[in-house]
Design a protein around this ligand. Sequence first.
Ligand code: HEC
Length: 128
Amino acid sequence: MMELQIIKVKTLLLGLIGLLFMGCYNDVEEELYPTVNCNTAGMSYSTDVVTILTNNSCISCHNNTNPQGSIKLDTYSDVKIYVDNGRLFGSVNHDVGFKSMPQGSTTKINQCSIDQLQAWIKDGALNN
Ligand code: HEC
């Protein structure tokens, strides 16, 4: 009787530990695959790209009055320069040979935003 109870407790504990690990596993999975529900279709400069650049402080460091690194990203024609020379995508994707942006952050902007920028660039980086 006593032994059966110990087995029950052990099973319960193992189950709980298992759940804990599943919890951790799911957390990691979300970090690894955050793009599952990411819409990259029909990206537009004025709504999607400007929002991403604003929300990630890009524009506060790269504008006409504060052009850090002599780079401005507050107008379409300025942004287009860094799309065409590959530096915009290289810097947000932390590619080798580019300065990682946002400056001072150890992490990239969220993967969905990176995918959306890439999709907009692939669609021709239109002023849409
Ligand atoms: C805190 C201020 C700051 C923020 C925020 C910031 N930048 Fe920068 N950025 C800089 C500075 C300073 C440089 C020049 C770095 C250097 O030359 O070492 C730079 C350089 C760059 C470059 C040139 C990279 C290269 O390798 O030539 C690009 C492109 C760029 N930033 C885009 C962005 C984008 C896109 C974001 C937002 C995701 C962003 N920056 C956020 C300050 C910032």
